[in-house]
Design a protein around this ligand. Structure first.
Ligand code: URA
Length: 273
């Protein structure tokens, strides 16, 4: 039998990129099959395995310092105590309960004006955001800028953040635990910005913040209440700009949502629509 030719380096790189791998977590590869935690129970006939004493380098394992339940509790405790947005950002910079922090390049906290009357919340940063440390600066960010401009505003008069402040590796979907760990921080951020209108962008942000299981097709364009605990803020879900880039025919509905938002922000608008 003719042996198969080994793949070239460029074929391997193409394979990894297609599989969503676009960053290295450590300089050296880690043989996870040699991880003692993963070693199956040795059969009686097998010779004893050598005991591995050296711990793997910390960067090689994207594991949080705490178990998820403990991390959720400490996130709630920490976020609650942040008196200002600066303090909240500093807390997040130091928070080691979410494994995403160790794979991301940097924290992506927010952009825009903390005094804005409107706050937009997306899901999680992507590659460009991770490199720049600002939310929505890539392709979907350019479309978000145009959406904001459509209601006569810009980043100087709007505030932008994400539910998850660190990029998930390869832009994978954040796990439910990661979302629950990050939730107290975005909740506190909303409370501190205290906008008149909260806009959730896309399904994950809408379902997480507005506590609904319904999909974006049903939730978009409907005014809902977001209760910070001290105040009820009017909230409206609309399509995520990345979705609009893939499905431009929904821009018509997004435009209707933007008009409803502009109306709610107009001077003299009533507090319910
Ligand atoms: N998508 C998001 O949800 N947030 C960003 O910051 C960028 C893309």
């Amino acid at each position: 039998m003719t042996p198969e030719r080994a793949p070239t380096v460029s074929q391997l790189l193409a394979f990894y990129l297609e599989a969503g791998v676009d960053c290295a977590l450590a300089d050296a590869p880690v043989n996870r099959l040699a991880d003692p935690d993963l070693t199956p129970v040795a059969s009686e006939a097998a010779p004893p395995r050598p005991v591995r004493t050296a711990a793997p380098p910390p960067a090689a394992r994207a594991e949080p310092a705490q178990a998820p339940e403990a991390a959720i509790l400490s996130a709630r405790e920490a976020a609650r105590t942040a008196p200002t947005l600066e303090a909240l950002r500093a807390l997040l910079e130091d928070f080691d309960g979410c494994a995403l922090r160790s794979t991301a390049t940097r924290l992506v906290f927010s952009d825009g004006n903390p005094q804005a009357r409107i706050m937009f919340v997306g899901e999680a940063p992507g590659r460009e955001e991770d490199l720049e440390g600002l939310p929505f600066v890539g392709r979907s960010g350019k479309l978000l800028d145009r959406m904001i401009a459509a209601i006569g505003l810009d980043r100087g008069s709007a505030y932008i953040a994400n539910v998850i402040p660190w990029r998930p590796p390869g832009n994978r979907t954040p796990t439910p635990q990661e979302t629950q760990i990050c939730l107290p921080f975005i909740q506190r951020q909303i409370e501190l910005v205290n906008p008149d209108v909260l806009v959730t962008l896309g399904n994950p942000s809408t379902q997480t913040l507005l506590s609904t299981r319904e999909g974006i097709m049903k939730t978009r364009g409907r005014w809902l209440d977001y209760d910070t605990g001290t105040r009820v803020i009017r909230a409206l879900a609309t399509f995520h700009p990345a979705y609009l880039l893939r499905s431009p025919s929904y821009k018509r509905l997004a435009w209707q949502d933007l008009r409803a938002i502009a109306k709610a922000l107009a001077p003299g608008a009533s507090s319910s629509s």
